[in-house]
Design a protein around this ligand. Structure first.
Ligand SMILES: [Zn+2]
Length: 265
């Protein structure tokens, strides 16, 4: 996504979020009502998370309850925000209307279709507008509790909140997402040290990381922040004065682990 596109989508999403909100919670149903969009929550057996379709002159959003997208759930809210994006972004809506963009979204952080990435970005900003996100008073000392607090505040999933935090959060972090001990993706704040990891995407994690230890024995679950030598994760190029921490978030239902790494300020 180019920077001008990202900026344009952010402005569009921030505008909707500024009108339709209760405290910090974006009222997605109110946006759908205003646009005359019908939303159906139903059992689609994990075929997709959400789908925007045109039926005659009417637009419908179908949402799959089976994939954990129930109405008002945090994953469901992201799915709905993503589908609203396809409706609100002109180019997407036109593509779907003329059948050129056949659309059924299944959540995947590494989606390659640029329209899916645009809709994800729009959804993220719609649910967590930058100014409001950064204005939430969180404890001075960062930990995963900061992310949990923000996800409560905005009614967003831990996963989408931690990604947004990498982009615009108030503390520099690095986030590594793994499933069955395979690294699927990572995100870094722009000011996090630019060191090479001791693994590649698609490989296993270093065994002495907190997440790595969990995969070698699933009874071991450290949920508190642990001090960590950066050279366990990285080929660090210079010594750092602050201590690095790792804290893991374990999703039992989806079978993944999110490792958050950060330094004291
Ligand atoms: Zn989509």
């Amino acid at each position: 996504m180019t920077e001008p596109t990202k900026k344009k989508l952010s402005e569009l999403a921030e505008y909707s979020a500024s009108i339709f909100r209760t405290r910090n919670i974006t009222r997605l149903d109110a946006i759908a009502d205003m646009e005359d969009l019908q939303i159906s929550y139903d059992s689609y057996e994990n075929a997709f998370d959400g789908m925007l379709v045109m039926d005659g002159n009417y637009w419908h959003i179908h949402i799959d309850n089976d994939g954990g997208n129930g109405q008002g759930t945090r994953k469901g809210r992201f799915t709905l925000a993503h589908e609203l994006a396809h409706y609100i972004i002109d180019e997407h809506q036109r593509g779907i209307a003329c059948g050129e963009f056949l659309h059924a979204s299944k959540f995947d952080v590494n989606r390659s279709d640029p329209r899916e990435r645009e809709a994800d970005h729009f959804a993220s900003v719609l649910l967590m507008p930058a100014q409001r996100f950064r204005a939430v008073k969180t404890p001075r000392k960062f930990s995963a509790d900061t992310i949990i607090q923000l996800s409560e505040e905005f009614q967003t999933s831990f996963l989408s909140t931690v990604q947004r935090f990498c982009e615009i959060g108030t503390h520099s972090v690095c986030v590594v997402f793994s499933q069955n001990n395979i690294v699927k993706w990572y995100r870094k704040s722009v000011d996090f040290p630019d060191w090479a990891f001791r693994f590649k995407i698609g490989q296993t994690l270093p065994s002495t990381t907190i997440a790595g230890e969990f995969y070698s024995d699933r009874q071991i679950k450290y949920t508190k922040p642990e001090e960590m030598d950066p050279s366990i994760w990285f080929y660090d190029k210079w010594s750092v004065s602050g201590k690095m921490h790792e804290q893991c978030y374990y999703s039992d239902s989806y079978g993944y682990v999110i490792s958050i790494l950060w330094f004291d300020k």
